[in-house]
Design a protein around this ligand. Structure first.
Ligand code: AR6
Length: 179
């Protein structure tokens, strides 16, 4: 499923983000940027040691911020590492932090002149963010960014690992683009 936001196509796909051929893929990392499980582990495994080597020189990343490295052996040229919030109760700043992850990742892609970027469903695995809520925050933030910023990004793809998460993004997309 896809929709348009200003000059960009926003697309939903079920699949594995490590296989994407976009200019950058976004990693759901932790504050250390030194690797972990989930999509973070998969990206480092597929991309090889060059990514971790560069991450070591970045001295971590704050929650809601993002930093860029090479894509190593990935098809994507770059990995944008962002750190999502650990979900507590939804009233402890989690939506703002999650929105910031998406916003900062898009800003960094624009700073590098990238045109295509793929996101996973940030914070909805180990970090426990309910994926129905996260889908709305993620898509709303991308739509706002495209409408408010003079972005050169032409494709924002969400690569969702399983059907329930894909369905949640599809529902959120329909609601957000209809309103
Ligand atoms: N492609 C796309 N999505 C994936 C893939 C993949 N290859 N593998 C998993 N997912 P998580 P978080 C989905 O836990 O919640 C790490 O240890 C997964 O199904 O990877 O932000 C980090 O180092 C889920 O929907 O990220 C941090 O410590 C989504 O990606 C912590 O986990 C996010 O799940 C970050 O937790």
């Amino acid at each position: 499923m896809k929709r348009t936001a200003n000059q960009a196509t926003v697309e939903l796909l079920q699949g594995d983000i490590t296989q994407q051929e976009t200019d950058a893929i976004v990693n759901a990392a932790n504050n250390s940027l030194l690797g972990g499980g989930g999509v973070d582990g998969a990206i480092h495994r597929a991309g090889g040691p060059a990514i971790l080597e560069e991450c070591r020189r970045l001295h971590g990343c704050a929650t809601g911020d993002a930093k860029i490295t090479t894509g190593g052996n990935l098809k994507a040229r770059y990995v944008i590492h962002t750190v999502g919030p650990v979900y507590r109760d939804g009233r402890s700043g989690e939506p703002d932090a999650l929105a910031s992850c998406h916003w900062r990742s898009l800003e960094i892609a624009d700073e590098r002149g990238l045109e295509t970027i793929a996101f996973p469903s940030i914070s909805t695995g180990v970090y426990g963010y309910p994926f129905h809520e996260a889908a709305g925050v993620a898509l709303m933030t991308v739509k706002r960014y495209m409408e408010d910023c003079n972005s050169g990004i032409r494709l924002v793809r969400f690569v969702l690992f399983n059907q329930p998460v894909y369905d949640a993004f599809e529902n959120a997309m329909i609601q957000i683009w209809e309103s």
